[in-house]
Design a protein around this ligand. Structure first.
Ligand SMILES: [Zn+2]
Length: 179
């Protein structure tokens, strides 16, 4: 069985949410939690390919996958739950489970950061939930400390600045959560 890692202070709230969901017939299985730079780099380099138009290739990978060094999964505060397949959320089970999260996740500190209706950044991700009590602080630190000089070491990294990865993607979350 694959092992997933999570920030130690996220474990207890996650288990509380998991158990509450289970009582309502929802199974919040974790697809992916903490991901290191190297794991993200492997995922990124799988999808990125050299072309005469690196901006267009990077933009298309960025619909659902963050550049290494810019993923919230590096923080240990994020969980991808249930399924990362869009069609799952069209099924009765998917609709019911997603609605459960919308109604209850905030009680446990979890929020859908990549919600519908944002102007920039990743496509909507109904599976990606963030433990905001800690992630909020990490985002502030990210803004303070990370520059484009830090976003290097993978294929196509030279596109990061032009694609405004920090402004449009790292900060491209539900605007209510930026306040
Ligand atoms: Zn995710």
């Amino acid at each position: 069985m694959r092992k997933e890692y999570i920030h130690k202070d996220v474990l207890e709230p996650f288990i509380a949410m998991y158990e509450a969901a289970e009582k309502d017939g929802v199974r919040l299985g974790i697809i992916s939690a903490f991901r290191s730079f190297d794991t993200q780099k492997w995922l990124w380099n799988q999808r990125y390919y050299n072309s005469s138009n690196p901006i267009s290739v990077a933009s298309s990978v960025l619909k659902y996958l963050a550049m290494p060094g810019t993923s919230r999964h590096h923080w240990g505060t994020e969980v991808d739950l249930m399924s990362t397949k869009l069609y799952y959320y069209e099924t009765d089970d998917g609709k019911y489970s997603y609605q459960w999260l919308i109604d209850n996740a905030a009680d446990f500190g979890f929020y859908q950061v990549y919600n519908a209706g944002r102007k920039t950044g990743y496509n909507e991700e109904k599976w990606h939930w963030s433990y905001m009590p800690i992630a909020k602080e990490f985002l502030l630190q990210y803004e303070e400390k990370i520059t484009y000089e830090d976003i290097v070491g993978f294929n196509g990294c030279e596109t990061a600045q032009e694609l405004k990865i920090i402004e449009d993607y790292v900060l491209g979350i539900d605007s209510l959560l930026l306040e």
